[in-house]
Design a protein around this ligand. Sequence first.
Ligand code: PEP
Ligand code: MN
Length: 361
Amino acid sequence: MSTASATRAIVCFARRARNGAVQQALQILGVAEGPDPAWRWYEPGLLVARVRGTPRPEALEGVRALPEVRRVVALTEGRSLFEGGPERSGPVPVPLGHGVRIGGGDVTVIAGPCSVEGEAQVCEIAERVKEAGAKVLRGGAFKPRTSPYAFGGLGEKGLEYLARARERTGLPVVTEALDAAHLEVVARYADGIQIGSRNMQNATLLFQAGCLSAGKAVLLKRGFAATLEELLMAAEHVLLGRLWADADGPGVILCERGIRTFDTDLRFTLDVGAIPALQERTVLPVIADPSHAAGQRRYVPPLARAAVAAGADGLLVEVHTQPGRAWSDADQTLDLAEFRALMDSVHGLAALRTGRAGGGR
Ligand code: PEP
Ligand code: MN
């Protein structure tokens, strides 16, 4: 491929377009086929093609006029959807339903157990974290576990219990989809689909999550050995899916959850600098997860405060009524008193931030 200036033409087709329609679009755009084709096809209907220079407006119109084409976006090479697309905008808050949004200057706290263990457990925790000021409920129903012998989550039953907790409290729910086979069921129950650290580079899952997330949000966690560029590119896969699905707004929340370094005292190293660095490069909100970074509950509050001081748009915190009995991640889970104390200090810091130029965004 030449290094001359180029444009990416992103063409959204109706589901499983005929091969002939795709070839026609490539022809109109003047994209050569061959052993190194300058285009890529995403199931079920998105074409990304590299066009030399600036495509003629008639060419874009011609593609738009094809009966199976729903939408065409031209993006100068080097520009990305995570930057706001063709026209860069300021930060874009992400709505999660139920009147809650992440971004826009506030510190929004997502809290709940590592795993959903039962209806009573998750409903009780939801009520308590809401009283303490959390705005979103979290809880895993499909759990990524290091050991194949560890508890893997309650599956759809767990999702039902989360939905029950939402009914009782009005808190929107964020929960993880572990693989593409779970996406549909997770999207049916959740307000936000979480893609975990271990899946951050699963491009198919990312794109499919985007396709299914219209009207919902995607919470994308940083891989624990991923660079910021890799995280942003992972977000781009989701954003392409959302473009295909005609979803409103970017709708992706980035989450710094700690990376693996040479230190072993803490489970991971919370990369606080990633928060302002990401905010500089993207319109997407950036939150931090001090629980998975710390691995031990006594380090969760100071890491949470550091993230808020660095400008995080929110926090994701593991909380349980009886952390010692939690079925997963017991060591890093806060009890309710610890969570309430954390919320007090977070509110204090958030107030300082809004009173100060340049804090947060
Ligand atoms: C989680 O949030 O439940 C989780 C498993 O986190 P991570 O993917 O960051 O390890
Ligand atoms: Mn956990």
